[in-house]
Design a protein around this ligand. Structure first.
Ligand SMILES: [Zn+2]
Length: 415
């Protein structure tokens, strides 16, 4: 197939056409059609496709929430071409056979699916998985996401193996004994007598893992970082030469406890939504490049799992379809950061973490999306391609909308 994207703004700045032939970008500039299908994108942004290493595709075991196929549709609707899927499935992704099965299932899907293997068998925190064989089968990283690996000797061994293999270990940094509740430890939570997930749970977990990673020279990646104190610990180890990277979610960047109704189960997430002061500090760190990239922690749940009293609601929000528009609306249009900087944190850096290259250059595979930067839209359930609808931006108005996405060289989504 040959496509000519006519009249777009490359990276939101430079007017140019893009010719795509057999899945590759073959020419950028002033291009004539010559038999290609012409797609008029007049004046709209043409941007490198996004990548997200932290997604819950729920397969196998929870297909009523999401599958590899439905998560792919959600991803391309949001401008994504690559996602990393977490191993807290049922059974968990804790063997080389499971990794191979998921890779095989993903081959013909519209986005690149990259598999995170479990650190411990059954994600039970006791016995290490066959990490070497899982790595050979295609796992790009290891994590018991959803749970912290509490036993320090197990985690230390995992870090030693990860260091030998040169793969990142992703920590869900919450000491469980300090994170038994469902709300941030702040004035709002205290007032309503909620059970807490203290910011200290994150800070202490990061300290232990970063300290051990620095000892053995492993790459530790902190999932969904949410507290300034936790970030400070991660950065202090980085300054001393340790390989520590971090990611933050759109919901931790954009919501705080004094902006959301405390009883709304939609916003029950782990780690919890933090205070406005914490949120401001995290936005500031994100803007300065002290947090490496954005990950959605896309966590789909069925209605009946979310529409429950706060204490019973499943933790997590879905968000691949809205992540870019939400951050464009609330960080770029408000002048907090440039479009280029946002793209570095949502495309180049997470793609690098996944071990793939995404670039708008001649000769590259076509992984890009067209973004109507002026569109204003109210997020409705029918806009979500995920099998679940637990999106925190439902009913909210966002600026800028994904019009089409090329992923793995193919036109994978078009509104
Ligand atoms: Zn997690």
């Amino acid at each position: 197939m040959r496509y000519l994207l006519k009249g777009g703004l490359i990276l939101g700045e430079t007017p140019a056409d893009i010719l795509i032939e057999d899945g590759r970008i073959t020419k950028i500039g002033d291009v004539r059609a010559d038999g290609a299908e012409v797609i008029d994108v007049g004046g709209r942004f043409v941007l490198p496709a996004l990548a997200d290493p932290h997604v819950h595709a729920r397969e196998p075991g929870f297909e009523h929430k999401e599958t590899l196929e439905t998560v792919s549709w959600a991803a391309v609707a949001g401008g994504y071409a690559h996602v990393g899927v977490m191993p807290n499935t049922s059974p968990p992704i804790d063997s080389p056979e499971m990794v191979r099965a998921l890779k095989a299932r993903s081959e013909n899907l519209p986005v690149g699916i990259h598999v995170v293997g479990a650190i411990t068998k059954g994600r039970e925190g006791r016995e290490l998985t066959e990490m070497g064989l899982m790595r050979e089968a295609g796992a790009f990283a290891f994590s018991d996401d959803g749970s912290w690996v509490s036993d320090p000797s197990v985690m230390l061994n995992a870090l030693i193996y990860a260091s030998h293999m040169g793969v990142p270990l992703i920590t869900h940094a919450e000491v469980p004994e300090l994170a038994r509740g469902f709300a941030n430890y702040d004035a709002v939570g205290i007032k309503y007598g909620m059970r807490f997930r203290s910011p200290l749970a994150e800070e202490l977990a990061i300290y232990r893992d970063a300290r051990m990673a620095s000892l053995v020279g492993a790459h530790l990646h902190v999932a969904h970082i949410s507290t300034p104190d936790g970030l400070e610990v991660a950065l202090s180890f980085r300054e001393r030469g340790a390989r520590i990277t971090t990611e933050i979610t759109p919901h931790h960047l954009l919501f705080s406890t004094d902006r959301i109704p405390f009883y709304d189960p939609t916003f029950r997430v782990n780690p919890p939504i933090r205070s406005e002061a914490d949120r401001r500090a995290m936005v500031d760190a994100f803007r300065k490049g002290l947090i490496d990239f954005v990950a959605t922690d896309h966590a789909p749940h069925a209605y009946y799992e979310k529409e429950a009293p706060l204490t019973d609601a499943s933790p997590g929000v879905e968000g691949l379809e809205t992540a870019f528009s939400a951050l464009y609306t609330h960080l770029v249009l408000t002048g907090e950061m440039s479009l280029r900087d946002l793209l570095v944190r949502m495309s180049a850096r997470p793609a690098d973490f996944l071990g793939v290259a995404v670039s708008l250059s001649e000769g590259s595979e076509a992984n890009l999306f067209v973004f109507d930067q002026d569109a204003e839209w109210k997020v409705r359930e029918e806009d979500l391609r995920s099998a679940s609808k637990n999106n925190p931006f439902l009913g909210k108005v966002l600026r800028g909308r994904v019009l089409m996405t090329f992923a793995k060289g193919s036109l994978a989504y078009r509104r």
